[in-house]
Design a protein around this ligand. Structure first.
Ligand code: NAD
Length: 528
């Protein structure tokens, strides 16, 4: 398949045409300066180890990149501080910052195809998905621009002869640490509100998918974002990420990733008494009642777990089916899962694309083997697809397991792959007890035609997001958060921008009354 796209300097390139992927991807990114990271407004070769970027559809190395080092973190943070304070970003009027964000959103839109191809090459995801992610990232920049411009501080009810104001200010330099599964969307979700709020951002993309964040930095630069406000430092979490979290001048960390990493970061944040937002893992229940619209439920359950090859924090990986329809529903679900089309993300017919890397695929396969050894029945999948076209990539068949109860490891641990477990339930009480028996609380899907029942279950299941007769639909204007080990704090929504600001209260005297030691009223309210 050929994709003609315009490179950074306007020259058209074709992937699969006269250029190899190896030539094309860095060229798509930034013309002739490919092995560069973005440190404090300067593009330069990183001082860290070489990252080899592998296309998970083919197993080919398509680009190499020198990672950042902890020393780069300090340079980036200092540049960020200068850009915020001396450079005046923090003091700029919200509508002025919004204008830059609108331009970034427009450029992301204009370069959506380039971003999508780059992300599909780096992560394996289908082009239809990466196109949607690019469009949503553009929307995120515009939404946060609008939010910044229209946010209001409050004049609070006075308790004395003074004017009381609740105002908000930028924090300074924010660290954004992201996973590999949906780079452009998770980047935008952090970078847009943090910049809109008047901060600088040091982004630490993952080793498995660093390129799209670097391309986003190019677009931010082109949009006129002042130098130093965004740095992009790809590299290992244990060195570059750790240095970012522990840096004394980093005022906040916004993290998306696994729960184990998130817990370690929360400890580091506690040492600094630093706010941290954590968007972590999940093991989300998808619930099918006996009165559900069967066609919709089948399509929703399949999409909920197998889109993105299950590499989604909100994947509906525990499928609870009411016992009286369990047999028939599961039989049809398995039959449809078997006919899902597995293939490269560049093929428009593909539904289940490769996983991000062979190492990750092998980890998922090992979890399925452990479940099998613990007594699970593999109803479909549970193996690498057969065929020459799958040999070099990171493919895995859509897999459905049964025959274990909800306390089994495979029901309690996040797999982050195309693996669902089907579980029967008897009634609402049984269902709610099973669904809530999990350390996670990220998402939940409910399929029923009884809206009162849907409401009861939506209220009873512990989850940050509940979908009723739909699944995996998102809107930047609706807050997103996880409960318990799925996270801490909220992203998205109008107030998402506030989590990148410090709140400051201001009292302005209006009457000139003496304070208590100067003969005033000593019974006045409010000594802390
Ligand atoms: P991960 O936790 O291994 O890595 C996430 C990021 O943290 C990477 O950039 C990594 O380099 C960095 N990191 C790792 N150790 C670090 C350390 N000690 N200090 C600082 N940074 C460190 O997760 P992953 O495998 O990249 O992503 C998959 C996980 O992300 C899954 O658990 C998934 O559920 C979760 N996720 C959650 C959401 C959400 O919104 N809740 C969204 C997407 C993915």
């Amino acid at each position: 398949m050929n994709h003609t796209i315009r490179a950074h300097h306007g020259r058209p390139f074709e992937i699969g045409g006269d250029m190899t992927e190896l030539d094309a991807v860095p060229a798509i990114l930034c013309g002739d300066t490919t092995d560069r990271i973005f440190v404090g407004g300067t593009w330069r070769t990183g001082g860290g180890d070489v990252i080899e970027s592998v296309d998970p559809a083919t197993g080919r190395v398509f680009a190499t990149l020198h990672a950042a080092t902890p020393a780069d973190v300090d340079v980036a943070v200092q540049a960020g501080l200068r850009a915020v304070h001396e450079g005046g970003w923090a003091a700029r009027m919200p509508h002025e910052r919004a204008a830059v964000l609108h331009r970034i959103g427009d450029l992301v839109d204009a370069n959506a195809e380039r971003i999508a191809i780059l992300q599909t090459t780096d992560t394996g995801k289908t082009l239809s998905e990466t196109r949607a992610l690019a469009r949503s990232a553009a929307g995120t920049f515009r939404y946060m621009a609008a939010a910044a411009e229209t946010m209001e501080d409050a004049v609070t009810p006075s308790r004395g002869p003074y004017l009381t104001l609740a105002t908000h200010e930028p924090m300074g330099v924010v660290g954004a640490i992201t996973p590999w599964n949906s780079p452009i969307a998770s980047d935008a979700q952090k970078i847009a509100p943090a910049l809109a709020a008047g901060n600088a951002v040091v982004a630490k993309p993952p080793v498995w998918a660093p390129w799209v964040t670097l391309l986003l930095a190019r677009l931010c630069e082109e949009a006129g974002l002042p130098a130093g406000l965004l740095s992009v430092l790809p590299g290992p979490g244990r060195t570059v990420g750790d240095a970012l979290v522990r840096h004394p001048d980093v005022a906040k960390i916004s993290f998306t990733g696994g729960t184990t990493t998130g817990r370690a970061l929360a400890h580091a944040a506690a040492d600094k008494i630093m706010p941290i937002t954590l968007e972590l893992g999940g093991k989300s229940p998808t619930i099918v009642f006996d009165d559900a619209d069967v066609e919709q439920a089948l399509a929703g359950v399949l999409y909920g777990i197998f889109s993105s090859s299950g590499q989604s924090c909100i994947a509906g990986s525990r499928v609870f089916v009411q016992r009286d329809v369990y047999g028939a529903f599961v039989e049809e679900l398995v039959s449809r899962a078997r006919s899902l089309r597995v293939g490269p993300g560049t093929d428009p017919r593909t539904q289940v694309a490769p996983m991000v890397a062979r190492a990750h695929r092998d980890g998922v396969a090992a979890m399925v083997e452990d479940a099998r050894a613990a007594g699970a029945t593999v109803l479909c999948g549970g193996r690498i697809p057969e065929g020459e076209q799958f040999e070099a990539g990171a493919y895995y068949e859509p897999t459905i397991l049964a025959g274990v109860d909800n306390s089994a490891d495979i029901c309690q641990q996040e797999v982050f792959g195309p693996v669902a477990v089907v579980l029967p339930f008897d009634d609402e009480d049984d269902l709610v007890a099973q669904a809530n028996h999990s350390v996670f609380g990220l998402a939940c899907g409910i399929w029923t035609s009884d809206y009162r029942r849907a409401w009861r279950i939506a209220k009873a299941v512990r989850a940050g997001t509940v979908w009723i007769n739909t699944y995996k639909q998102f809107s930047i204007s609706t807050p997103f958060s996880g409960l318990e080990e799925s996270g801490l704090g909220t992203e998205k929504g109008r107030d998402g921008i506030r989590s990148y600001m410090n709140q400051k209260s201001i009292y302005v005297d209006l009457a000139g009354d003496p304070l208590p030691w100067a003969g005033g009223d000593a019974t006045q309210e409010g000594q802390p």
